[in-house]
Design a protein around this ligand. Sequence first.
Ligand code: ZN
Length: 288
Amino acid sequence: MPELPEVEALAGDLRGRLDGRAFARLMPLAISALKTYDPPVDALAGTLVDGVGRHGKFLDIEAGGLHLVIHLARGGWLRWHEAVPSKPPRPGGKSGLAMRVWLDDDSGFDLTEGGTQKRLAVYVVRRPAEVPGIARLGPDPLADAFTPDVLADILASAGRSQIKGVLRNQSVIAGIGNAYSDEILHVAKMSPYKPAASFGDADRATLYDAIGSTLRDAVGRSEGMAAADLKKEKKSGLRVHGRAGQDCPVCGDTIREVSFADSSLQYCPTCQTGGKPLADRRMSRLLK
Ligand SMILES: [Zn+2]
């Protein structure tokens, strides 16, 4: 799933490609993807692109006083075409084509979604805050306003909640998902289960630095990359996430995993949990 660094890089890449361009035509191909009907998606046709931005993991293309907001969700992606194929698009198919967008110079892009869970979402709105997921977003961890005091307040309000869940909660902090929360906690050398309420001054400072450095490093690596290369870059840049069974790049211990119903987390026992493996609740339940 693209998270803050990938969406930031995608926005940067599109900003260059869409500068001075107008939308020619937009064709939703998966009915489930388009979440709004007023204004209609056709209202964007003929409008000049004014800018491309990001809100959390949402991509925002502003044109003609409207916003085309895209949430790629878990399996969604954007595929750029220097020349949009002339063959009429087939909805779904192997690539999971959800929407095709033509620009006024014959370039354009497809929004695709692999897998069976259809969560990719497209909105056409007058203001980004009309998208419920954007209205709910917590502070952006790369914004100047995200100070150590802001993080301290977040941890204080989260109480006994485990830090992994706090970092992933979009209404608490915007843009961090399953992958980068694993990475941040590995950098901070903290257990994903550490309760927010247990953070002292030193822990708070360590976590604050880990959030900033992890996200900024990832943005730096992805900057200037084309959409097509971003997925590969995300994978190769991760130190623990998705690497169960491999060696921790810091201490050499074997990276372990805890599985949940629809996700899993990875961590290094030596770096993060005093050498003790965390209980894998799903496994323990199965073994009972
Ligand atoms: Zn380690």
